[in-house]
Structures are given as C-alpha cells and as structure tokens.
Design a protein around this ligand. Structure first.
Ligand SMILES: Cc1cc2nc3c(=O)[nH]c(=O)nc-3n(C[C@H](O)[C@H](O)[C@H](O)COP(=O)(O)OP(=O)(O)OC[C@H]3O[C@@H](n4cnc5c(N)ncnc54)[C@H](O)[C@@H]3O)c2cc1C
Length: 416
C-alpha cells in the first residue's frame, strides 16, 4: 500500500497537468500510466529522419491555448501553420477552377449558417441540421471535413450543438519537433512520480480511494481519472461502487471518434512538383462516401501525411492493416495519379481505434447529449473521484491537447 493525497490515472496531457498543478500546491500525488511512455495521444515518432505526430499535430486556437503560452515561455519554436500551408481543392483529380472554388466557399458558409441556426433550436445530428442543402454538390465534401476529419465523428450521430460548441477558431501552431516530443520533453518533467507500465484495474471510491494495479494498491484522498471515454466504456477499469447512472449515461453519450493518420514515403525525385506544407482535398462524390486528405511535405519533411476519419477510419481499423494500406493507395492514386502512387515505398499507419489504451482518437457528443461533457466533468463524492481529460472540456477546447491540459489543471484544483 502506498498513500498520497491524490492519485492520477493516465500520463497524457491531462494527467501531467494535474500532477504539475498539485506539485505546485504542495500536495503529494502519483501518476499511474499503463503504457511504457508518457504523452498518451500526443506521441511523436521518426519517419525518414523527420518527426511525425501519430496523434495531436497542431496547437489549435493559439490565442487561448495554454500549451502555446507554455511552449513560448519555454523558448520553443512555434510556427504559424496557417500562413505556411497552401491548399489545393481537386475535382476528380484536377484542380477546381475559380468558379468551383467560389461555389465551395459559398456552400461552406451555408453549412455553417444552417448548423448554427439549428443548434440554437435543438440538438439533432449534424447530418440532419444540414439536410436542407443536400442537393448542393459540395455538401458531402464539407460534411466530411467538419465531421469525419476535424471531429473524427459520424455526422449522422454527431450532436450539432457539440459541433457548434467546439468549432475551433483562431490560428494553429506547429511545434517543428512534434507535439509528442514537446509533451514528453517539456511537460513530463514537471510531474513527479510517474509510474509507467502500471495499468489500473479497479478503483474503490468509498470512504477513501484505493486504486488497484498489478504491482500494488495506491491509497489516496482523491482520484483524478484521465483515460479516454473509450477506455471508460470498455470496462477495463472497474469502479466500486459503480458509477452513478448520470455518469454512465454521459460516458455512453461521448463515444470515441476515430482519426487515423498515415505517413507515406516514396521515390519522388521532384517531390511531385508540390510545395512544402501543401494540403490536398478532393470533392467527395456523395454524402458519407469514404474520403481522405493529404498533407505534402509538412514543414519540409520527406513524407506525405494522410488523414482518414469517422466511420471510414473505424471500418479500416476493423479491416486491418492490409485493407487500410489498399485504401490509402487507392485514394492517393485518385488524387495524385498512378505515377505518383507507383513511387510509394512505405505506408506507416496509426490506429488509435485498435489501441486498448485509447480506443479512438477523441470523444464527440452524440446528438441529444451535448450536455454530457459537463456531466462527466462534474466531481463525484465531494471531489473524491474526478474525471478529467479532453472529453470533459466545455469551453470549446474539447478534443484538444489544450483542453486536456486545462481539464487536468481544473481537476487538480478541485482535488487540492
Ligand atoms: C490522430 C489524432 C490527431 C489529433 N490531432 C490533434 C491536434 O492536431 N491538436 C490537438 O490539440 N489535439 C489533437 N488530438 C487530440 C489530442 O491528442 C487529445 O485530445 C489529448 O492528447 C488527450 O489527452 P488526455 O490526457 O485527455 O488523454 P490521453 O492522452 O489518452 O491520456 C490518458 C492516458 O491514460 C492511459 N491509460 C489508459 N488506460 C489506463 C489504465 N487502465 N491505467 C493507467 N493508465 C491508462 C493512456 O495510456 C494514456 O496515456 C489528436 C488525437 C489523435 C488521436
């Protein structure tokens, strides 16, 4: 048995923020992490000698993102992704002309107006809210972007209010060595007593808190749980007594969306004639059709990053790596041509859906459940048990590393 003031489950961004806050307040704590590394969904690997973020890539909403301020204060290089990035919009493999681009922007404005107006009235699915424009040839493209790629969600299930409440604004920043690198190098040292390879299996939260792991039990006055809603829904951690019905309903109302990132390397002597940090999207032929976007040579890196989200990402996760590689190759050929596809030498896939420690990329609220984030984040039993993590954020930063950091800080303040 080991006793601390607060025990924190998970050494992702939220867990590290909670530990840092408690340390500053002079409270004892320990962080129990199932994986053999810190950072959770902020993880950088090397691809062809350059950093590649498997998970979080940008610091969104920079003006109010706490990690942007921390990184700046620590002297990290921060680059404005929006000014460095160029965008290409394709229709069946050819660039959209000026009139087609104008139609796309007009459709985007209509999409936003329809969804915003509907969110003010009721909490239907995003797909239903934008149905009045279903004859618009750009609806499928915008819907794929807003639901599957940004929110990682299925628009037929995704709350229009949750879409509105978490539509990120402002600029997006890049950390040239990757967000995962920054988290493990700059944020983790501030959190003391992190125990890796220590999966939590049971949390008893009666009079005190007893947290069971294969290597022993930790006793604390309070417990902060930062694991994803996918892990919570899986039953991998048993709560004793069981969680209140409202908390269980909130977890069910916040399923994990899936965004899978891939990195493609190849023999492309002239880099396919595409500029550095060039984002490519193609018109999606029909609503809910499988789609992908590519991001060529991000910050000059020698690979092309690809993104596939929502139901398509879940289908590929279920189908396995061979099916996912075929899909990526097929989409790449459609967008960049057969010659470019012949040059591919490797396709590196991330699959957060199959990872039992995450079970998805980030949570979205189901239609009718826009209030679930607040319910899940409400402390239980006078602060003895507190759920933190990206899913609990209600200030518009849900699903982000900035939101996870603030959630961890707030939970620590309650626990302290
Ligand atoms: C592909 C992808 C792209 C993304 N892009 C962006 C982006 O560009 N910008 C952005 O801001 N955000 C992005 N995100 C979201 C961002 O990564 C997350 O919101 C954030 O990292 C979540 O942090 P967290 O601390 O809440 O959860 P996590 O990082 O999941 O931390 C929870 C920790 O709990 C651990 N754990 C699980 N089960 C147990 C157990 N039983 N016992 C002990 N430990 C356990 C996990 O291993 C994990 O380390 C992206 C995510 C993905 C997957």
């Amino acid at each position: 048995m080991h006793a601390v003031d607060v025990v924190i489950i998970g050494a992702g961004v939220a867990g590290l923020a909670a530990a840092d806050t408690l340390r500053r307040q002079g409270r004892s704590c320990c962080v129990l992490e199932a994986a053999g590394w810190v950072g959770g969904r902020a993880r950088t690997i090397q691809v062809a000698g350059a950093p590649f973020d498997l998970g979080a890539t940008w610091l969104h909403d920079a003006a109010r993102n706490p990690l942007a301020h921390i990184a700046r204060a620590a002297g990290e290089t921060l680059l404005d992704a929006d000014s460095l990035r160029s965008r290409r919009l394709l229709i069946e493999g050819r660039p959209a002309n000026a009139a087609e681009q104008a139609a796309y922007f007009a459709a985007s404005a209509q999409f936003e107006a329809l969804a915003t107006a509907r969110a003010a009235r009721d909490d239907v699915a995003l797909a239903e809210a934008v149905a009045p424009m279903q004859d618009d040839p750009w609806l499928a493209t915008i819907e794929t972007w807003e639901a599957s790629q940004i929110a990682a969600a299925d628009s037929r299930d995704f709350s229009v209010r949750d879409w509105r409440d978490n539509s990120l604004e402002g600029s997006n920043l890049w950390l040239p060595n990757g967000i995962g690198d920054f988290v493990s190098r700059a944020l983790a040292p501030a959190a003391v007593d992190i125990r890796l390879n220590t999966p939590v299996t049971r949390i008893a939260w009666g009079r005190d808190v007893q947290v069971q792991t294969p290597s022993g039990t930790v006793v604390a006055q309070s417990c902060i749980v930062t694991v994803s809603t996918g892990v919570l829904a899986s039953g991998a951690i048993i709560f004793d007594p069981p969680l209140p019905a409202a908390t269980q309903a909130a977890i069910a109302g916040l399923p994990m969306g899936l965004l899978s990132k891939v990195a493609l390397t190849g023999n492309w002597p002239d880099r396919l004639g595409l500029p550095e940090s060039c984002s490519i999207r193609m018109q999606v032929p029909a609503r809910f059709a499988p789609a992908m976007s590519f991001h060529c040579w991000p910050l000059g890196a020698p690979y092309i990053a690809g993104f596939v989200g929502g139901p398509t990402a879940w289908a590929l996760s279920a189908g396995g790596p061979a099916m996912a590689q075929d899909f990526v190759r097929n989409r790449f050929t459609a967008m960049l041509g057969a010659d470019a596809a012949r040059g591919i030498t490797d396709i590196i896939l991330s699959d957060w859906g199959a990872d039992p420690l995450h079970r998805g990329a980030y949570a979205y609220a189901r239609h009718g459940h826009a209030g679930a984030r607040a319910t899940l984040g409400a402390p239980l039993s006078d602060g003895r048990l507190i759920f933190a993590g990206e899913a609990t954020r209600t200030d518009g930063l849900a699903g982000t590393v900035g939101g996870a950091w603030l959630a961890g800080q707030d939970a620590a303040a309650v626990a302290a």
